[in-house]
Design a protein around this ligand. Structure first.
Ligand SMILES: [Fe+2]
Ligand SMILES: [Fe+2]
Length: 284
């Protein structure tokens, strides 16, 4: 099994970053920093914005109410819980990207290296792709969910922290994100199994994001040495707690990494990580 926390040799890290840059150029196409777009991904978005030939039924009023302010006492069908999970799972990351974009942008100009900026732009596609799941039900979710004040403060703090603190936290966040998307993929198969067309549409979205997230884990891992990776391992449980408080719906759905260390094995077991995702992803 790949041990995410075992350090890589400096030479391997350097070569890996070069290879990852090439991988992203292929996958994303031309980068437009001003408009925060990636040419290939922009084309790809078109298929996610198209509804299926038949719009699926959902109690839209209940969806709205539960999306805005989730009430555990209200009976919520699994399919609705899944959709809420999909449109909210990225809330913390989206907020983090909005907070750190300027800092990463300045750093990209100073170092003449836009690799991390491209990662942040990829994140904006994740938000769009996830929100587009609601289109399948004829629901318009125009803007990403805003995490609660405590989590916003935490994210703001991470953003202002020096790199040796913020990088392990970012890696922990990327690992947790990856695990959550693996769970969501399996939940989607379980809950939507009766409707293969719908299930495929959701799976396609989650797979697309999963491929990116595995790359993000790889990138941040290549940026860290032994001390940073050890720190990441220590921080991971706290990051899991943070996300569970941000999106309790994920916990209810069973789509949250619970026992973190056991869960890490998921990243490498054939059964949990679909072949097409593993083939398409950049794994370091
Ligand atoms: Fe993401
Ligand atoms: Fe990410």
């Amino acid at each position: 099994m790949l041990d995410l926390f075992s350090p890589l040799e400096p030479g391997v890290r350097r070569d890996g970053l070069v290879a990852y840059r090439q991988f992203l150029a292929q996958r994303d196409g031309e980068v437009d920093v001003e408009s925060r777009t990636l040419a290939r991904r922009e084309q790809g978005m078109q298929r996610f914005m198209r509804p299926l030939p038949r719009v699926r039924e959902m109690d839209r009023e209940l969806f709205r109410a539960q999306y805005e302010n989730f009430d555990r006492k209200k009976k919520t069908p699994p399919e609705m819980l899944l959709l809420i999970g999909l449109v909210k799972v990225n809330a913390a990351e989206t907020y983090g990207v909005s907070q750190s974009f300027d800092k990463v942008y300045r750093r990209a100009i100073e170092s003449e290296d836009d690799l991390e900026l491209v990662l942040l732009i990829e994140e904006t596609y994740h938000t769009r792709i996830l929100l587009s799941s609601a289109i399948l039900y004829g629901i318009d979710v125009a803007s990403p969910y805003r995490p609660h004040a405590g989590l916003r403060a935490l994210i703001g703090g991470i953003n202002h922290a020096p790199d040796f603190i913020s990088r392990p936290l970012v890696l922990a966040g990327e690992i947790l994100g990856t695990l959550s998307f693996i769970h969501l993929l399996h939940k989607a198969r379980e809950i939507l199994g009766h409707d293969p067309e719908l299930c495929d549409a959701v799976e396609e979205r989650v797979s697309e994001i999963l491929v990116d997230e595995i790359g993000h884990v790889s990138f941040n891992r290549m940026c860290l040495g032994a001390a940073g990776l050890a720190e990441t391992r220590l921080l991971l449980p706290a990051v899991v707690m943070g996300l569970s408080s941000a999106v309790p719906e994920l916990g209810m759905l069973g789509a949250l990494a619970a026992g973190v260390s056991d869960e890490l094995a998921l990243l490498n077991t054939e059964r949990r990580l679909p072949e097409h995702v593993r083939k398409a992803a950049f794994i370091a």
